[in-house]
Design a binder for this molecule. Structure first.
Ligand code: MLT
Length: 406
């Protein structure tokens, strides 16, 4: 008899952003007149930059002519894109990463959830708390996390590394037995916190000393505005020996609807004597047919001089929203952080409300949607995330409503 993968039954409820979407739909059905402003899921609102649109049009035309038509993309991505990424994102920052070490995909979410497949199910995982739910959920599906403790809001076999106001929302090195796989995301989703280079170097040294692998999500690196914050883990010495990095075009260049990302696996990176590059290449070749040619050409356009300038303006637009949210809430008496090197603002809920109580209250009184901190893990309780990815007009209106009605 066929049996289902009952690891899935250990997942509590729905994916966080599906739950939020459902709640908002229900609210709107009950209140059709409500003008709801969405600052929940980190989805961009600005149109694609002209340079990207130009590249898309050109690539579409190529697909319409026999001489330039493209079928399946190369397994690991087109060389024209991998070369640009290696040069602009890595070598220009002094990181020793070659085009062959870059795997093109349709986004960081898929890669950071699938990467666990190339590791033993016996490996232990450590995550920041709060954390982007995909890291934990994908390991639950694989059967690596043990049972869910409802009272604690946590899985038995996962090492949760609290990120609190006391430690600047950046985790301490684990005490006791070292975990095998360590998920880090900086600039951080959801808190918007960053880790300075010397601190990240400590993690790299720790992983190398203990034979652990760091799974480093750098999806938000383009939002870094301050010095001394690494854009890539490969800026740290020895990171080639212990780290895999994920990047996304979604937040950098507005590709949430186009889909493009990549993963970097150094050719010599090993887990217990086994090279990981061939394993991920094998997985890619077997389970994936590559990001579309036209999208990879659009990705290439991000690296032209005009593309880079246009993207920079777009990021500045969102970061101005971040400033509006941060300053607006702070002057209204909220305890806020993030928003300086990341498009997320992390706020403490007033009057010790739970995160979901604040969600409901914000939706019903101000018609503003955000993301409850507890949805990201137990240490996110009594916190709340707002995204800077809305339009400027809506961001200003949302903050005015929060100040007036909450
Ligand atoms: C978020 O809101 O945390 C992200 O947009 C979700 C994602 O990138 O998958």
């Amino acid at each position: 008899m066929a049996k289902a993968n009952d690891n899935y039954l250990r997942l509590p409820g729905n994916y966080l952003f599906s739950t939020i979407g459902q709640k908002v739909r229900e609210y709107q059905e009950a209140h059709p007149e409500a003008d709801v402003i969405r600052l929940g899921i980190g989805d961009v609102t600005q149109p694609l930059a002209p340079e990207i649109i130009g590249a898309l049009h050109k690539a579409v035309d190529e697909m319409g002519a026999a001489e330039t038509f493209k079928g399946y993309a190369p397994d690991l991505g087109y060389a024209f894109l991998r070369e640009k990424i290696a040069a602009f994102d890595y070598q220009s920052r002094g990181c020793d990463i070659s085009p062959e070490e870059i795997f093109i995909s349709d986004g960081a979410k898929c890669d950071c959830s699938n990467i666990q497949e190339i590791f033993s199910v016996d490996n232990t995982i450590a995550v920041c708390d709060p954390v982007y739910p995909v890291y934990v959920d994908s390991n639950v599906m694989a059967g690596r996390t043990g049972l869910y403790d409802t009272a604690a809001g946590a899985y038995k076999d996962v090492v949760y590394m609290p990120c609190t106001a006391q430690n600047g929302f950046a985790p301490e090195l684990p005490q006791g037995k070292a975990p095998d796989l360590i998920y880090l995301c900086f600039p951080n989703n959801p808190t918007g916190a960053v880790m300075k280079k010397d601190r990240l170097q400590e993690w790299v040294d720790y992983a190398n000393k203990n034979g652990a692998i760091i799974l480093y999500d750098a999806a938000y690196e383009a939002y870094i505005s301050e010095e001394d914050i690494p854009h890539s883990i490969y800026e740290c010495e020895g990171a080639r020996g212990c780290a895999i990095e994920f990047r996304s075009f979604s937040k950098t260049a507005g590709f949430t609807g186009l889909r493009l990302g990549f993963t970097v696996i150094p050719a010599d990176l090993e887990a217990d004597g086994v090279r990981l590059w061939p394993l991920w290449a094998r997985r890619h070749g077997t389970k994936y047919n590559g990001a579309p040619y036209i999208v990879q050409r659009a990705g290439e356009a991000v690296y032209t001089e005009e593309g880079r300038a246009q993207i920079k303006n777009q990021i500045a637009y969102y970061m101005d929203n971040a400033r509006i949210i941060y300053e607006g809430l702070q002057s209204a008496g909220y305890e806020v952080s993030g928003g300086v090197n990341a498009p997320y603002i992390w706020l403490r809920t007033p009057d010790n409300m739970t995160s979901w109580e604040f969600f409901d209250s914000l939706l019903s009184k101000a018609n503003v949607v955000g993301t409850p901190g507890s949805g990201f893990g137990p240490a996110g309780e009594h916190y709340f995330r707002l995204t800077a990815f809305g339009t400027k007009e809506n961001t200003i209106r949302a903050i005015e409503r929060i100040r007036e009605r909450m």
